[in-house]
Each structure stands twice: as C-alpha cells, then as structure tokens.
Write a protein that binds this ligand. Structure first.
Ligand code: NAD
Length: 487
C-alpha cells in the first residue's frame, strides 16, 4: 500500500483491463485526515464502456453451469482469504474502522459472501405443477437478467459490495459495480485477483466515481435492466425516479433508526454488553446499529448507569491499535453531522451522559487530524425530536423509559424507518408477540447481528424495497418464466 506521502492511484476495471481515467477524486484516510489515494472520477463514458463489456461477456457467462461459475467464485474467495491481512489493512485505512473489525468482520464476510452464493445457487429448485383437468404440466425456469448495476456505500465497503456481486454473478448475470467514492480501495484490490481466479473479462466491471456522475450514469443506462442499491433513503428516491422510465428491477437496502426494547425480565448483563456493541460497533456506522433503547421503567435507572459505564469503556482510538473498539468516522462532514445531533439534543434539554463534549479522547499524535468521536449516550430526548427520528449513523444512542409493552411497540414503530429491531426478554410469549408487531425487516431477540445468509435481509417502510439473501437474492437476480405443456 502506498503511504508516507506516496499516493495510491486507482484505475477502473473494465473488460478485464485496468483503465486510467481523465479525472480523479481525493480519498482521505479518516484516521489522519490526510489524502492518501486518488479515485477515478468516472462519468457516463466510462460507465458506457463498462456496460458494453458486461453485455459482451453475458452470453458466455450466463450459459455456463452454476457449478462452473461456483468454481471461479470459490477461487476468487481463496485468493482473497490468502490476502486477508492486506485487505483488512486497506479497509481500515480507507474507512477509518478498526483493524480488528476489518480483520474479523469485513474481510471474512466478503470471502464468505462469495462462497455462500457460489454454493447456494446450486441448491435452489424451480416450481412444477400439474393441472390434471387440462392435462397440462407447468414448470418454471429462472434465467439471469442481464447486466446488473450494483451500487454500494462506504460503511462496510467490500462486505456489501460482495453481498451484491456474489449472487449477481452466481446466477449468471454480468455486472457493473460502483463502490462508494470514499471507500474504493478494496474493490480495486479484488479486481486485481479476477484474472488469476479465472473470472472472464467483462463479467465483473468496476467503475469508480461519485454518485451523481458514475452512479447516475449506471442507474440511467438503458442496457442495465436491474439495479441493486445499498445506501441512504435520500439517494434511493433519486435512483427510483431515475430508473422508473426504464421499468428496472430494483432492490433498495436503506437506512434505519433501529430500536431495542428491554423488558425488566431481560438478562441485564448480556443485554448491556450486546446493546453497547449494537449501538457503537464500527463507530455506529452500520445500518443495523441500535439508536433508540426503550427500557422498562422499573429497571431504567440501573440500566442507564450500567450502560453508561460500559459505553465509557468502549475505547475510541487509533484503528490499528488492537485495544481500540472504534476508529474514526468516515469523513469530516459526517463527523460534523453526527456532532450536530448531539448539539441539538443538548439544546432541546436532553442529558448527554458520556462521549461527545463529556469525555476527552486520548489520541496519538498521528491521529490528531482524524475524525474521531467517543461513544455517546443520551437520555431525555422527546420521541418527536430529530435526534430520535433521523438516522444519525454514528456512535450515538438514546435511552428512554417505557411503562407498557403496547407503548414500547408503538414508540419503536413511531419512525419512518423499519430495518431492524431487538427485543430483550426471557418471556417467550412476549417475544413472539412483540416480534410480530414490530415494523422491521429483522427482529433479533436476546442477540444482535446474528445472520443466516439463507434468510431474507431488508427493511420495510423507508428502510427499503425488496429482500436479499439466499432464495431472495436468487429471485431478484433472475427472471422467472412459467412454461405450460399440454400433452
Ligand atoms: P449514499 O446514499 O450517500 O451513497 C451510497 C452509494 O450511492 C454510493 O456509492 C454513492 O456514490 C451512490 N450514489 C449517491 N448518489 C447517487 C445517485 N444520484 N445515483 C446513483 N448512485 C448514487 O449512502 P452512504 O452515505 O454511502 O451510506 C450510508 C447509508 O447507507 C446509511 O443510510 C445506511 O443506513 C445505509 N446502509 C444501508 C444498509 C442496508 O443493508 N440496509 C447497509 C449499509 C448502509
């Protein structure tokens, strides 16, 4: 990796070749605040070249058997796994996350995404039915859609990109992917392994650049019939409008304002350690992070005290230090936005118990220009406040007491988002009841972020449209056709 003033310059990967771009964007190391990498500022020309390459590769790739495609994908996974440390270092430097998180979550999961979908698509069956009275046999065929446009965000860069690339190519599509312009390095590193893995030229094309230029060109390209997007709800609106004239297939994985409901009978110790993790992991920059914690009133004072004590131990520091739980936020602008929510909470009369403005950070000299913020716990915020309604996407969580189960569910549901929720209780009946009534695509009870990739992932309300994972990804990345045969 380039460092010590030497800049890393990325190139687009199109048709199996690395191609320079005429303009570049600065990419910052969030832990130092310094530019360390140049990312292509691609536009419609580069996107069009990539779409043509993907179209050219489609007939061959789509006609290969799932087992043949799996072989290539598994080889790519092996090559990435062999370079896990290198990938983890790059992800940490590019995104600001801790090396520990990149090493144990981002990169292993990226490898797993490839292996999972390589295997998974070989195990789905299609439907068959007989209509006896007509003497007809009905069955379904699933075919890849064509060139898939894949757009991913900056918080889990390679993890979320491979979550799209893997099912797309496993099902026989070819792809043009655009990672976030803020975190493009590991995608570029993965492209360097494509040839050795045996990925034919044009099957995976990577176009780097901003949303309004490269992203927009991809979404608006007439030869891209399907777009899978993970990012903010605001961008999803633009993408929906832009793709509407073409009737594209869309999958939208968006933001969240995820509640935890803690009942008095919960295992408090387990709940606190998991909820601190669910609130602050990856600097709170995970769409599934908990940001509103409703606690039954009888245990609220004790819970708050213990939660704040645990949050204070959640160390923010140099991402390469193994003792750091959190690294830096993605950008200066994002740090200011997150700080703005804490300021607003204070202005509205809330209490900030720890973190921003309360606890000073002890950072090494090299990190003094970085975008760090300590784990912050707030109480006394009204449900109607923007702090309780909008996605903050940083290390900030709000606690509030509740009296009745009914009330907790209704307050948890009282936002425009519906991505994930957690419920803490030992009462199985209540857990089922509450899970059924929560407006969220994922409900974890007495745990958080436990994922079986076979099961649907996605949100309701403003948190998304469609589901991905296992059979859902298989369905999204293929078109189904019903064939009826009369004897
Ligand atoms: P973002 O919407 O700003 O950007 C996401 C991607 O879209 C980037 O690659 C960006 O360049 C691109 N983009 C921006 N404008 C575009 C346009 N007009 N046309 C096409 N592409 C465009 O989101 P972000 O700030 O990178 O990511 C954070 C958001 O992502 C949060 O809201 C978070 O909750 C959400 N997220 C959701 C999930 C999920 O699975 N539901 C997972 C991770 C992150």
């Amino acid at each position: 990796m380039a460092d010590n003033g030497i800049q890393l310059v990325l190139e687009n990967y199109i048709g199996g070749k690395f191609l320079p771009c005429s303009a570049y964007i600065d990419s910052y190391d969030p832990s130092t605040g310094r530019v360390y990498c140049k990312v292509p500022d691609s536009g419609s020309e580069e996107v069009d070249t990539a779409v043509r390459a993907a179209k050219e590769a489609f007939p061959d790739w789509s006609s290969r058997s799932p087992a043949d495609r799996a072989q290539v994908m598994n080889k790519l996974a092996d090559l990435m796994e062999a370079r896990l440390e290198e990938f983890a270092q790059a992800e940490s430097k590019d995104q600001g996350k801790t090396m520990t998180f990149a090493r144990t979550v981002d990169i292993p999961r990226s490898v797993h995404n490839l292996r999972f979908f390589a295997s998974s698509v070989q195990h789905h069956t299609t439907d068959c039915s007989q209509m006896d009275h007509m003497g007809c046999l009905n069955y379904t065929i699933r075919s890849p859609v064509g060139v898939a446009g894949l757009i991913s965000p900056w918080n889990l860069p390679l993890y979320l990109l491979t979550w799209k690339i893997a099912p797309a190519i496993a099902t026989g599509n070819t792809v043009v992917a655009k990672p976030s312009e803020m975190t493009s390095v590991t995608a570029w590193m993965m492209c360097k392994l494509m040839n050795e893995a045996g990925v034919p030229p044009g099957v995976v094309n990577m176009v780097f650049g901003t949303g309004p230029r490269a992203g927009d060109a991809l979404v608006g390209h007439p030869d891209v019939p399907l777009v899978s997007f993970t990012g903010s709800t605001a961008t999803a609106r633009v993408i929906t409008e832009r793709s509407a004239p073409y009737c594209k297939k869309l999958s939208l994985e968006l933001g969240g304002k995820n509640p935890a409901i803690v009942f008095a009978d919960a295992d408090m110790e387990q709940c606190i350690s998991t909820t601190v993790r669910s609130s602050f992991s990856n600097q709170g920059e995970i769409c599934l992070c908990t940001s509103r914690i409703f606690v039954e009133r009888s245990i609220f004072p004790e819970f708050l005290e213990k939660f704040v004590a645990a949050a204070r131990k959640w160390k923010t520091g140099d991402p390469s230090d193994v003792s750091s739980n959190n690294g830096a936020l993605i950008s200066k602008e994002h740090l200011e936005k997150v700080r703005g929510f804490v300021k607003l909470a204070r202005e509205e009369g809330a209490q900030v118990h720890c973190g921003e403005g309360v606890d000073a950070l002890d950072l090494p000299a090299r990190n003094l220009g970085g975008y760090f913020m300590p784990a912050t716990v707030i109480s006394g915020v009204k449900d109607s406040s923007r702090v309780m309604q909008e996605e903050i996407f940083g290390p900030v969580t709000c606690l509030a007491p509740f009296d009745l189960e009914e009330e907790a569910v209704s307050r948890a549901n009282g936002v425009r988002y519906g991505l994930a929720a957690t419920v803490w209780s030992r009462d199985v009946g209540r857990v089922h009841r509450v899970a059924r009534r929560l407006q969220a695509g994922l409900v974890w009870t007495n745990c958080w972020l436990v994922r079986d990739l076979n099961l649907p992932f996605g949100g309701m309300k403003n948190s998304g449209v469609g589901r991905e994972g296992g059979k859902d990804s298989y369905h999204f990345f293929t078109e189904v056709k019903t064939v009826t045969i009369k004897q």
